[in-house]
Each structure stands twice: as structure tokens, then as C-alpha cells.
Design a protein around this ligand. Structure first.
Ligand SMILES: [Ca+2]
Length: 394
């Protein structure tokens, strides 16, 4: 039986949608030949969450938004308020969610980045999951998360991208009874009637306590790790196709498991890390976080200034093919790259790389280059991903 799922769209205040429904994706953990070699570090985000409150000016200055707008996911009528985001002890971000079994009596929490600029590279966070509520009766279908997401521009948008590094359900939900943790990689979805196109991995066990989550997004694969253990490897069309925001949220699937007066649950986050274009092992990430803290670096953001990494050459893909007769061969006859077009391996395009990895944003000033795709892609900008080989300036 398929677990019931809902998505967590609605960040950026766009298209707040939500819906519980049947998941069509099938669990998949495929072994893949060729582990990418570690690439050089480029732009970096590290935040130890040393803030005083949700209204601390430094929090917004550092690009974080405590959610205040209504809508999904979760219990209809629930409130999302910055008051649900606190910093109870030194360097710990805490989300609180509570419910008395009614929509009006339900509060959910989310913290997300104001800028949509995260794509390939390594993501990590140290998170404390809780199997039991901080107060009130246990049993609610609470979801404790860390994810990246893009807006859905219309039903079944083929460029929609979402990576759920974790959705931990200590009390079950979506048809499951006990503790279960999911990693889900999305191709797209449609809200009404509900249709989800994704793949997921899952672990049926308790994750109560602190855990290190790492995900590598590189070379056509999204690899998910918990405490250094690989728990999911998703690829193919599910690989993200555009930049995303980084989000944490805490919400209730429904109130079916609720008993008694109000129950309050918390999820704590020690730090978050992102290396643009870099592929780092969980051990390397742990060492980097420790080094930042030892150096007294509570916050670091070089994502814009670090420049793109030259990622490792994926070994699990086919080699570029020679152009068949009649196909473009140079800058004069290759088409301009288009965000929405589908490209097969071996395709040639002309494109000037964008400055910040956002094709709709300013150009880099590098001039138009000729690019050849290494494998199938859509919405993957030449110059910002490992999909495209740079054949030089036109
Ligand atoms: Ca911290």
C-alpha cells in the first residue's frame, strides 16, 4: 500500500498548495557505478544559528525568513507564525508546533531562505528529532523536515525541483504506524487532481536525538546520508532542474492521532551548511562545521562570490556522442539554450552563463559559449551544472 503523502510547497509565498494524497513513486535505492571524486570547494553557506529571536535583525540580514503566511502543508486553518521560531540556547534554532486537535488551535513553523539560489553541491545540517512532545499527550502525526524547493509554475511543471533531505514521522502518518523517515526527490506534481511524480527512500526506525544529515547533488545523482550512512541515491529525471530555497519546517499531517488538550512538539537545528558545486563526504562536512566553530565563524556566506565549481566528471554517464549528419556542429548553427527545452546527450547549444546561476537573472559577462550536453537534461543551465561541457567561447 502506498503511503499517503503531501508536499510542502508554498514557500516564497507562491502557489500555496497542499494536499494529502497517494504517492505514486516507488522506493528506489539503486547502486551506481562511479563515486564522484571530491571537488574543490567554491561558494559556501554556513550558519551556526547564533541569533536571539525570530525578530533578530541579523536573522533576516543573513537571508532567513520565519514564515508568517497561511496555507499548506498540514492542518487546514493552522497558523504559521514567526513566534514558533525561537533560539532557546546558544546557537540552537528551534521550531515549535502545537495542536489541540482543531485547525484554529494548530500552530506550525517554518524557516526558509529568502533567496532561491541553491542547486548542485553538498547540503548538510545537524538536527535534533524528537519522538515525543515537549508537552501534552503523544501520538500526533508530526512531520520534522529539512528540504530544498522551487516554485511550481503550473500543473506538472517539468522544471519543478524539490529535495526532501528528511521528513521524519515519529508517530507515523501517511498510512504508517510507527516511526519512519523519508528522503524524497521530486520531478513534479499536480495539486488537483493530485498526482505526484517522485522517488523516495525510507527507514523504519526511531531517529530520536541529534543526527547529521548530508546530501550530495552532483553528476545526475542525489545521494542522501544520515550519520555517514548512505540511505538513498536518486537519479534520472528526478535530478533537480533549477535553483531552490533551503527550508526547515514542522507541521502536522492531520489531527487523527491527537488526544487531550494541546500538545507541543519541537525540532532543533544546530547548524546548516551548503557548498556550491562541491562534493564532500559526511566526514568532510562534519570536519568543516567543526572547523568553522573552532574559528568562531558563526555565519559565512560566499555563495554568490565563490563562483561555480568545476564538478567532477561523472562516470556513470555515456560519453558525448559525435553529431549525426544534419545536427549542429558549431556556434553558427547550434540553437540558443532554452530553459524549458529537453536536451539529449550530445546536444550542442549556445549560451552565455548567468551571473548567479539564475537564467532569468543578469548574464555573467563571459560571452556566449558553445556547450555540449553529457546526458539528458531540462532546465539545467550551461556553465552552472555538470551536464554541459564547455567547448569554448563563440
Ligand atoms: Ca549552532
Amino acid at each position: 500500500m502506498s503511503p499517503l503523502r503531501s508536499n510542502r510547497s508554498g514557500t516564497l509565498g507562491l502557489a500555496a498548495v497542499l494536499i494529502a494524497a497517494s504517492l505514486t513513486g516507488v522506493a528506489m535505492t539503486t547502486a551506481v557505478a562511479g563515486e564522484p571524486a571530491a571537488a574543490a570547494e567554491c561558494g559556501t553557506l554556513f550558519d551556526d544559528f547564533n541569533y536571539t529571536s525570530a525578530s533578530d535583525p541579523a536573522l533576516s540580514a543573513h537571508g532567513w525568513v520565519p514564515r508568517s503566511y497561511a496555507g499548506g502543508p498540514g492542518v487546514p486553518g493552522a497558523t504559521w507564525s514567526p513566534a514558533q521560531i525561537t533560539f532557546p540556547s546558544n546557537g540552537i534554532m528551534q521550531m515549535s508546533a502545537s495542536t489541540d486537535g482543531t485547525g484554529a488551535g494548530t500552530r506550525q513553523a517554518e524557516l526558509y531562505t529568502s533567496r532561491k539560489r541553491y542547486f548542485e553541491g553538498t547540503y548538510a545540517s545537524r538536527i535534533r528529532f524528537a519522538d515525543t512532545p515537549a508537552s501534552g499527550a503523544d501520538g500526533d502525526h508530526i512531520v520534522q523536515t529539512f528540504f530544498t524547493i522551487s516554485p511550481l509554475n503550473g500543473d506538472l511543471d517539468p522544471t519543478y525541483s524539490e529535495l526532501d533531505f528528511t521528513e521524519y514521522l515519529p508517530n507515523g502518518g501517511w498510512g504508517e504506524q510507527g516511526p519512519v523517515n523519508y528522503q524524497t526527490t521530486w520531478y513534479t506534481y499536480r495539486a488537483d487532481p493530485w498526482f505526484a511524480d517522485n522517488v523516495h527512500s525510507q527507514q523504519y526506525q526511531s531517529f530520536n536525538g541529534w543526527h547529521d544529515l548530508v546530501a550530495q547533488v552532483s553528476g545526475g545523482h542525489v545521494k542522501y546520508y544520515i550519520d555517514g550512512v548512505l540511505v538513498g541515491d536518486h537519479s534520472g529525471k528526478y535530478y533537480p532542474r533549477q535553483t531552490m530555497t533551503i527550508n526547515f519546517n514542522l507541521w502536522f499531517i492531520d489531527t487523527a492521532g491527537h488526544t487531550g488538550a494541546a500538545s507541543t512538539y519541537v525540532e532543533q537545528v544546530d547548524w546548516v551548511y551548503y557548498a556550491k558545486g562541491g562534493v564532500f563526504s559526511p566526514a568532510q562536512v562534519t570536519a568543516k562545521a567543526a572547523a568553522y566553530r573552532q574559528a568562531g565563524t558563526a555565519f559565512l556566506d560566499t555563495v554568490d562570490s565563490g563562483g561555480p565549481c568545476t564538478g567532477p566528471s561523472p562516470t556513470a554517464t555515456t560519453s558525448p556522442t559525435t553529431s549525426p549528419t544534419g545536427q549542429p556542429t558549431d556556434c553558427d548553427d547550434a540553437p540558443r539554450w532554452s530553459f524549458g527545452s529537453v536536451y539529449q546527450g550530445g546536444s550542442l547549444v549556445v549560451h552565455e552563463r548567468s551571473k548567479y546561476g539564475d537564467p532569468a537573472g543578469p548574464p555573467s559577462g563571459d560571452g556566449a559559449h558553445l556547450w555540449r550536453s553529457k546526458w539528458w537534461s531540462q532546465g539545467s543551465e550551461p556553465g552552472w551544472t555538470g551536464v554541459w561541457e564547455d567547448l569554448g567561447r563563440c
